[in-house]
Every structure is written in structure tokens, then in C-alpha cells.
Design a protein around this ligand. Structure first.
Ligand code: 5GP
Ligand code: MN
Length: 338
């Protein structure tokens, strides 16, 4: 199946990616800290594909795979980065393929090893404002997800037969990054891809259930705390939620459990910017969302972060929550269009 049948031009040269694959034999795949289903699903689908081409492939991530995504990694292929175990491998690999990130710093402690490595560094991603960390950046922000790009890459190879395992991973990637097929970039093409993935055996109800409806009691209680913390600024246009270390500790939850909470801020009439502050182990994580023509990736960029036009984030390795909140909320007010 060629991507051309979708009547869409892509900026990504799949041939070029394919020729990098064809001319090398050892690959390391990685993605961002606190990986989501798009990161994990894209990594695994690429890994299966490269293995089918006879390549040696390792997936090494800075963060452990969150428990709710373990079902995607049936064979336990994903390794959790440890300097003593992996620094050498990163240095010696022929190719390092990073997916679903636009700044190498999002690989955290792995960044310095990746920069030191003589490996050919390549990136497949769908975020804006990519850091030029390589000559081989395959980025197109028109795509809903990295998974959708990976699907088209794999579909462009007529000798590759996609199987259920790869289909499940790509479905999870696309479903989550489209907000279950509702965000703006969701297209008829996205649905055609999803249709093909269902034909390969993916069960949409079961996949959705595994990702969204298998949380702990603590996760629901944490959501309760986040919702109770809700307040507005900027004449009701900025919706704010906060979760502290104490909240996470008392509900026995982990950082990955907060995924998706921020969307509740946008269910309040009048709110066009959502900001979610989370105190994590090593600092403060902020998520931003917006409705319409408000570039929260620029707002996140003011604090060293980035992401998409309407969904972005930033991390502060240190600093006081209250002071950071004040600063970020003040900065956000500039983005409100009266
Ligand atoms: P989330 O709020 O779901 O963690 O992230 C939303 C979007 O912002 C994601 O697409 C993610 O890639 C991006 N993002 C989140 N945190 C950071 C960050 O610290 N730096 C950059 N560059 N992007 C981020
Ligand atoms: Mn993504």
C-alpha cells in the first residue's frame, strides 16, 4: 500500500530513511523521558520492521515503560537506560534513531552519550521547532503522531508484511496522539490507516480499555485532587491545576498517571489556555494546552520547553513551585487574545 493513495504529499523522504536502514546493520532506538504510547508504539513498530530486515536493534529509553503500556512490549524488548550498561553501546552503534522528540535534551542523561557517539543520528518526529541535532531529521508536523509517519514508512515498503504486533503498536500510538481520533490533524487518511490496522486484528475497544481504563484507585483519587485544585486566571481564560509531591505520595501514584488530566481544564467554558503544574521527583513538570490560535509551544519555549502549537510542556529541574507558578501564569497572560 503506497501512501500516495491518501492524496497527500509528505515532506518526508521515505526513500532516504530506507537507504539509511539498508546501508547500516546496528541500530539503537530511543525516545523522550516519560514515554507515551506514541513514543513506545513507534519505537516497537520500527524495531520489528528493522528486525525483519535482518538488522540488530536495541530500544533503550531513559524512563522505564509506564505499567499501562507494558502490554505493547510483549517480548520485553525495551531496555531501561543505565550508564554502566548502555554508554558503550550508544557510543558504538552505527545508527541512533530518535523518535517522537524535537530536542535531544528530552532523552535526559542519554543526551551526552548520544552527542558523543559517532553513530549516524536520525530522527522521525511530528513536533514543531526541531533542534537541528542531525542532518537526517525526518519531521512533518502535519502528522497526528509519530506512529502515523512510521505506518507510512512501513507501508511504503511493498516487500514488508505488517503483522498484528506492529499494527497494535501503531494503533496505540495514533489513537492516543489523536485524542481517540478527535484532534485537528485527524484526517480521512488517519482513519484509513486505522482501518488497515483493524484489518490486521487490532481490537479498538480492548486497546482503548487497556490504555485508559485500567488505572489504579489512587489514580482516580489523584484526578480528584487535581480537579479540586482547579482555579482560573486572566479573566477566566487560563485554567490552572496543580499536583504536589504529597498528592502523588499519598495516592501512591506515579508521574505517568497524570497523563490526560490537563484536558479537564479545557472543559470549563471560557478557558482557552490550560496549565498543569506537577511536582515530580526531580523538579517541576508543566503541561500546556490551548484552544485555537494560541501557540503554547512558544509559551513553553520561554521556559526551555516546547512541543506542539496547542499542546506543549516544559520541565524545571529545580525551583520553588509557588514562584514558578507565578512566573508561568504571568507569561501565559501575554498570550491571551482579548
Ligand atoms: P505533555 O503535557 O502531554 O507531557 O506534553 C505535551 C506535548 O509537549 C508533547 O507533545 C511533548 O512532546 C511536548 N513536551 C512536553 N514536555 C516537554 C519538554 O520539556 N520539552 C519539549 N521540547 N517538549 C515537551
Ligand atoms: Mn507524539
Amino acid at each position: 500500500m503506497s501512501h500516495n493513495i491518501y492524496y497527500r504529499k509528505t515532506m518526508i523522504e521515505f526513500n532516504k530513511i530506507k537507504s539509511i536502514f539498508d546501508t547500516h546493520s546496528s541500530f539503537i532506538i530511543t525516545s523522550h523521558v516519560n514515554p507515551d504510547a506514541d513514543a513506545i508504539g513507534s519505537e516497537l513498530a520500527l524495531c520489528y520492521y528493522l528486525k525483519s530486515l535482518g538488522k540488530s536493534v536495541r530500544i533503550i529509553n531513559f524512563s522505564e515503560t509506564p505499567a499501562y503500556l507494558n502490554f505493547l512490549d510483549e517480548e520485553n524488548l525495551i531496555e531501561h537506560f543505565k550508564e554502566t550498561l548502555h554508554a558503550e553501546a550508544i557510543l558504538k552503534s552505527e545508527v541512533i534513531l530518535v523518535v517522537d522528540l524535537n530536542q535531544l535534551s528530552r532523552t535526559m542523561e542519554m543526551e551526552k552519550h548520544i552527542r558523543k557517539s559517532k553513530a549516524a543520528l536520525m530522527c522521525i518526529d511530528h513536533h514543531e521547532n526541531t533542534e537541528k541535532f542531525s542532518e537526517d531529521l525526518f519531521v512533518d508536523i502535519e502528522y497526528t503522531s509519530t506512529g502515523e509517519i512510521v505506518y507510512e514508512l512501513l507501508a511504503s515498503d511493498s516487500s514488508y508484511k505488517m503483522d498484528y504486533k506492529a499494527a497494535l503498536n501503531l494503533y496505540a500510538a495514533i489513537m492516543t496522539d489523536t485524542g481517540s481520533f478527535k484532534y485537528d490533524r485527524t484526517s480521512s487518511r488517519t482513519h484509513r490507516i486505522a482501518a488497515h490496522l483493524l484489518e490486521l486484528g487490532v481490537n479498538p475497544r480492548e486497546t482503548h480499555n487497556k490504555i485508559y481504563d485500567q488505572g489504579s484507585k489512587g489514580k482516580l483519587q489523584l484526578l480528584g485532587r487535581a480537579l479540586s485544585s482547579f482555579s482560573c486566571e486572566g479573566n477566566g481564560k487560563i485554567g490552572i491545576m496543580t499536583i504536589t509531591k504529597k498528592d502523588i505520595g499519598e495516592t501512591k501514584t506515579v508521574e505517568a498517571d497524570i497523563d490526560g488530566f490537563i484536558n479537564h481544564c479545557l472543559t470549563v467554558s471560557g478557558v482557552v489556555i490550560a496549565i498543569f503544574f506537577v511536582e515530580i521527583e526531580d523538579g517541576i513538570k508543566i503541561s500546556f494546552r490551548s484552544i485555537g490560535n494560541i501557540p503554547v509551544n512558544k509559551l513553553a519555549g520561554e521556559f526551555g520547553g516546547g512541543g506542539h502549537f496547542n499542546a506543549s510542556g516544559a520541565r524545571f529541574p529545580n525551583g520553588k513551585l509557588d514562584e514558578i507558578k507565578l512566573k508561568v501564569i504571568e507569561a501565559a497572560k501575554k498570550y491571551i487574545i482579548e
